[in-house]
Design a protein around this ligand. Structure first.
Ligand code: FES
Length: 106
């Protein structure tokens, strides 16, 4: 299990244990974290799993696919550190990571 802290836009934190190989989106939705819907089930077609990854964790992230980048173009308040949580599989190297959630998904 990997400890992930999801941080809502207002600073509310949710620390959850996520199984390795699950996605950041699945880790949030299965633990009822507000602000992550995952409406498409993780097939990269809704952007309701939009999240922000801090600089210090970016080298632990998989490369962004063209499909993820295209879908993020539809996300509100896209930033340089935007990712789709369904496209990131949790690995042991992510233990302790903080994932920030955008206001529009509150
Ligand atoms: S859950 Fe739909 S794009 Fe991630």
């Amino acid at each position: 299990m990997v400890a992930i802290t999801y941080v809502e836009h207002d600073g509310t934190e949710h620390v959850v244990e996520v199984d390795e190989q699950m996605s950041l989106m699945e880790g949030a939705t299965l633990n009822m974290v507000p602000g992550v819907e995952g409406m498409c089930g993780g097939i990269c077609s809704c952007a309701t799993c939009h999240c922000y990854i801090r600089e210090e964790w970016r080298d632990k992230m998989p490369a962004m696919s063209d499909g993820e980048s295209t879908m993020l173009e539809n996300a509100i308040d896209r930033r340089a550190n935007s990712r789709l949580g369904c496209q990131i599989s949790v690995t042991p190297e992510m233990d302790g990571m903080r994932v920030e959630l955008p206001q529009e998904q509150a």
